[in-house]
Design a protein around this ligand. Structure first.
Ligand code: SOE
Length: 385
């Protein structure tokens, strides 16, 4: 067993999901590594000490450079607010560390390209945390596409809606609402939520070739969470865009943080000549599949048997599920991060992952589409990718 020591940069929501994955992955996957939570970084010492205790880190640092400088750290995991990703990833690459980075990769495609250059020059393994690909139902969606059960695709439809910023009283900034601050987050729902939708869309349906978008800021000024000062809001609160895929199919994407009633409504549907698939994160253990014709023979399913199948994705034959419990028992959100980490470490070990992880280069491509969406909304025109 080789020991891999982990340096976690950040201690918020994603710091918790990633730390949990490091603690759990060896219980569910047979890996040739012993993982040690060596050191964690955050600016606020008091919160950091709580984080350290909760997850079992050996040491703490309030200067992230010091974590990267350590010779005894093998993996740097970047889970800070977005504006810090670039410098941390580049410095970690130069120090020869393996890198995991949260999405969105960067504040812009230009930044993402610098990160790609650095990790390619260093030749280090990388993984960007597009966790939903590791939901077994979405992975089964991918399997059905690869098995040609959808046939020629005509339509791809995605939504990613939440409702937590509807009140004018929600402030901007601070530890929890930095996602509303353009200087910290880069963009609004486009980078935070649609990046997930775009990642899944290109994974399932291939590259997007052009986009045409509209964005809206519903509440244009909010109080700063720390100073209380009225602050202009410049991120996109909502974004809709049309897309054309290289395979000729058409896409529609919608995302908002003002969709009353929706908490983390991440859906995707693909309609093809021979079938269709639909996934909804509010029922994450199900994949819906409409079978119209047999992929091998082209023979149509008998009329009285056509209809949507709701597949409970918990059998050991389903992606990732042989690592968990018995059929019919479901897994949760935290397992997507465990599955992702397992796939990354299997690749590092030269073994076969369930599905390869998106690298920093793959995530730069997603960033390019996000930038094109924002540019399209600004210029009110179609943008080629
Ligand atoms: C935002 O509320 C958020 O936490 C995103 O940042 C995550 O990427 C998404 O998966 C859940 O919602």
């Amino acid at each position: 067993m080789k020991t891999l020591n982990v340096g976690m940069l950040g201690s918020g929501f994603m710091g918790r999901t990633h730390s949990n994955a490091f603690n759990q992955v060896g219980h569910f996957f047979d890996l040739p590594f012993e993982l040690v939570l060596k050191c964690c970084y955050a600016r606020n010492r008091e919160n950091l000490e709580k984080f350290q205790r909760a997850w079992g880190y050996e040491s703490i640092e309030t200067d992230w450079h010091k974590v990267i400088e350590r010779d005894d750290i093998d993996i740097i995991d970047v889970v800070t607010p977005n504006f810090m990703h670039k410098d941390m990833v580049i410095e970690a690459a130069k120090a020869g560390k393996m890198i995991i980075c949260e999405k969105p990769l960067a504040m812009s495609y230009a930044q993402a390209q610098e990160m790609v250059d650095a990790v390619e020059a260093a030749g280090v393994p990388t993984c960007v945390s597009f966790c939903y690909r590791r939901n077994p139902s979405i992975a089964l969606f991918k399997q059905l596409v690869d098995e040609n059960r959808i046939g020629r695709p005509f339509h791809y439809r995605a939504t990613y809606n939440q409702d937590y910023t509807i009140s004018k009283k929600v402030p901007v900034g601070g530890a929890s609402l930095w996602r509303l601050d353009a200087n910290v987050a880069g963009s609004g729902v486009t980078g935070d939520l649609l990046a997930h939708s775009i990642d899944c869309a290109e994974w399932l349906n291939g590259p997007i070739s052009r986009v045409c978008a509209h964005t809206e800021i519903f509440i244009k000024e909010r109080a700063d969470a720390v100073t209380g000062k009225a602050t202009p809001i410049t991120i996109d609160d909502a974004c809709m865009f049309m897309a054309q895929f290289q395979n000729g199919s058409l896409g529609v994407f919608e995302s908002s943080r003002y969709a009353r009633g929706r908490k983390n409504f991440n859906t995707m549907e693909m309609n093809g000549e021979n079938g269709a698939c639909y996934f909804n994160l509010e029922e994450p253990e199900y994949l819906q599949f409409f079978r119209y014709a047999d992929p091998e023979t082209g023979k149509k399913v008998e009329d009285h048997l056509t209809g949507w199948q709701k597949i409970l994705v918990t059998n050991s034959e389903h992606p990732y599920m042989d690592h968990y419990w018995v059929p019919g028992t479901v897994i949760g959100y935290e397992h997507y991060f465990i599955n992702q980490l397992a796939d990354f470490l299997l690749e590092v070990a030269g073994r076969q992952p369930v599905y390869p992880v998106p690298t920093i280069k793959d995530a730069a491509r997603t960033q390019k589409v996000c930038d094109a969406v924002i540019q399209s909304a600004k210029e009110e025109r179609w943008i080629d990718i």
